[in-house]
Design a protein around this ligand. Structure first.
Ligand code: 13P
Length: 253
C-alpha cells in the first residue's frame, strides 16, 4: 500500500479556457499554500481536456500539481486524424495518462488489447499510466465483478509495467456519475482482491497506488480514503468544482 495518496481529477469533456484556467489556478494556489502538508501525504493530478493542457501547464508548473491526458494513441506519430500520442501529451506538460476509462471502453469500443497498447505507449513516453477497470451493474448482479476486473487487469497490463509507472483505478461503472458510491465493504473487498492479484501475478507493481473512482465527493472522500488498500481517488464530476476538489485533497491530509 502506497503512503502518499494520489488525488486525481478527470475533467472528461468539460472546460473552456475561462472556467478551466480559473479552476486550475484555484487548485494550484491551494496546493502551493499547503505544500509542506501535502509533502509525502498527497499528490495531485488533473486530467483536463487536451485543449487545455498547455495553458494549464503554465498555471500549475510552479505548484505541486501534476497533469495527465485522458487517453492516447498507441503510436508515436502518423496519419491518425484526431488522435494524440503519449509523446505529444508529455510535450504539452503531462506526466500521467489515463488509459482504459470505462467511457472509452463503452463508447469507443476499446478492448483490453488496445488499452494494453495505450498503456505501453504511456510507458514508452516515460509517463505513468492510470489504468482503469471496473464492472457494470449487470456484471456485479451476476456475481462476476471480480472475474471482470481480473480479466481487465490481466489483459490491460503490458509487459512494460515497472514499479512507479502504473496506477490501477477501480471504477465500478454503475457508480460513475450516478451519485451511487460503492459501499465501504465493497470497496475494501475489491481493492483487497486487486492487491492480491497484483502480488500474485504482477509483483513488480504489487505496492502501486490503487485508486477508487465513482461518485467521490467532498462529503465521502475521507471515509473512502481511509479504506484498506485505497491509495487515492479518481474524481469526475466533483473535480469540476475547484473548492470541492480542494476539500477532497484536504481529506487526504
Ligand atoms: P464521477 O466522479 O463523476 O462519478 O466520475 C468518476 C470517473 O469516471 C472518474 O474517472
Amino acid at each position: 500500500m502506497a503512503n502518499t495518496k494520489l488525488i486525481a481529477g478527470n475533467w472528461k469533456m468539460n472546460g473552456l479556457s475561462t472556467d478551466g484556467l480559473s479552476r486550475a489556478k484555484h487548485i494550484a494556489d491551494f496546493a502551493t499554500k499547503n505544500k509542506s502538508d501535502l509533502n509525502g501525504k498527497a499528490d495531485i493530478l488533473l486530467a483536463p481536456p487536451a485543449t487545455l493542457i498547455s495553458a494549464l501547464h503554465d498555471v500549475t508548473k510552479p505548484s505541486p500539481v501534476f497533469l495527465g491526458g485522458q487517453d492516447c494513441h498507441p503510436e508515436t506519430s502518423g496519419a491518425f486524424t484526431g488522435d494524440l500520442s503519449a509523446e505529444m501529451l508529455k510535450d504539452a506538460g503531462c506526466s500521467y495518462i489515463i488509459t482504459g476509462h470505462s467511457e472509452r471502453r463503452a463508447i469507443h469500443g476499446e478492448t483490453d488489447e488496445l488499452v494494453s497498447a495505450k498503456t505501453a505507449a504511456t510507458h514508452r513516453a516515460g509517463m505513468t499510466a492510470v489504468v482503469c477497470v471496473g464492472e457494470t451493474a449487470v456484471q456485479r448482479q451476476a456475481g462476476e465483478a471480480e472475474k471482470t476486473v481480473k480479466t481487465q487487469i490481466t489483459q490491460s497490463l503490458p509487459d512494460t509495467i515497472l514499479a512507479g509507472n502504473t496506477v490501477i483505478a477501480y471504477e465500478p461503472v454503475w457508480a460513475i456519475g450516478t451519485g451511487l458510491t460503492a459501499t465501504i465493504e465493497d470497496i475494501e473487498a475489491m481493492h483487497g482482491f486487486i492487491r492480491n492479484l497484483l502480488e500474485k501475478s504482477f509483483p513488480v507493481i504489487a505496492t502501486t497506488h490503487l485508486l477508487y473512482g465513482g461518485s467521490v465527493k467532498g462529503a465521502n472522500a475521507a471515509q473512502i480514503l481511509s479504506c484498506a488498500n485505497v491509495d487515492g481517488v479518481l474524481v469526475g464530476g466533483a473535480s469540476l468544482n475547484g473548492q470541492e476538489f480542494c476539500d477532497i485533497i484536504a481529506a487526504a491530509l
